[in-house]
Design a protein around this ligand. Structure first.
Ligand SMILES: [Zn+2]
Ligand SMILES: [Zn+2]
Length: 300
């Protein structure tokens, strides 16, 4: 029985959020839950915040879980086809340790302009007869320590304007909502290239997140992937096994094709925020070993 359990421990998940950004579990709870769910390696990727700086291992010698230092960065990417900057998310994953001080300049700009951005969204909602006050959003910020669109969603749900986060995003504030407001009009995130280069300079692996989460068609996604791959210099990854895309064969096919064409590693992501969400099911430990091997060669 014990051996069976050991064999099962091979899932990885390199994208999830804790209370230190907009998730609902603490870091310790996530670690414990991942261990209980037989995960083999995870990364807690809070937004613009490094929640774990040193690799941790829990369990025993033959049956353990690795927790890797990581972060989900908000970056600014110029879409040549649209002649506009959009917000694109990139994960930095470190296999041993990272010093958050190296990223202070990148993190500090993320907070500037956030309040103005939120206020502008609330104005738009008000025009739709959807009434959310800044105080209500700031109340959510006090609870979570985070200020962003997710906190607006929490208020929208509480006040009955939406049943859940997905619905609140789709209807009102998400990238595919008709009322979407580009945050880059208010927040000057660092450029994608700059963030990717910094991750590489600190011996991390940059991973391009949820490619279908931006307002881009597949041709535009390919341009993004190409730009990203060039900057990551042979040690980049892409979220192929993003939990929400697993049931869509055409998306999976396209993401695998992108990974192959631009020589990017497969990454695995639940993007877990809520207590009732499960960990990633799509990937396996072999993908992590591939990244590890390439990084070791590259850093020599
Ligand atoms: Zn994201
Ligand atoms: Zn995320």
């Amino acid at each position: 029985m014990k051996d069976k359990k050991k064999n099962e421990r091979k899932q990885i998940d390199f994208h999830m959020h804790s209370l230190l950004s907009d998730g609902q579990n603490s870091v310790e709870e996530l670690v414990q839950l991942a261990y209980e769910n037989n995960m083999r390696a995870i990364a807690i990727t809070d937004h613009n915040h490094i929640s774990i700086c040193e690799k941790r291992i829990i369990g025993n010698e033959s049956d353990f879980l690795e927790i890797l230092p990581a972060c989900e960065f908000s970056t600014s990417y110029w879409v040549p086809e649209q002649e506009e900057n959009i917000e694109v998310h990139v994960i930095g994953l470190w296999l041993e340790s990272v010093d958050p001080n190296d990223f202070e300049d990148i993190f500090s700009v993320c907070k500037l302009g956030k309040l103005e951005y939120i206020q502008e969204i609330l104005k738009i909602l008000d025009g739709l007869n959807v009434h959310v006050s800044l105080d209500e959003v700031l109340e959510e910020q006090r609870k979570t320590g985070h200020l962003g669109r997710h906190q607006i969603c929490d208020v929208l749900i509480r006040k009955g304007y939406a049943d859940n986060v997905d619905q609140a995003m789709d209807r009102f504030v998400g990238n595919w909502s008709p009322y979407y407001l580009n945050p880059l009009r208010f927040i000057k995130y660092k450029k994608l290239d700059e963030v990717v280069q910094k991750i590489r300079a600190t011996h991390g692996i940059p991973i391009l997140c949820h490619c279908y989460g931006y307002s881009l068609d597949e041709n535009e996604i390919e341009t993004l992937v190409k730009t990203f791959a060039k900057t990551s210099d042979g040690v980049g990854g892409i979220e192929v096994f993003y939990e929400n895309y697993l049931d869509d064969p055409s998306r999976m096919h396209f993401l695998k094709k992108m990974a192959y064409r631009y020589r990017l590693f497969y990454s695995v992501a639940s993007d877990r925020h809520c207590v009732d969400q499960h960990f990633a099911t799509g990937g396996d430990y072999a993908y992590y070993l591939k990244m590890k091997e390439a990084l070791a060669k590259n850093n020599k």
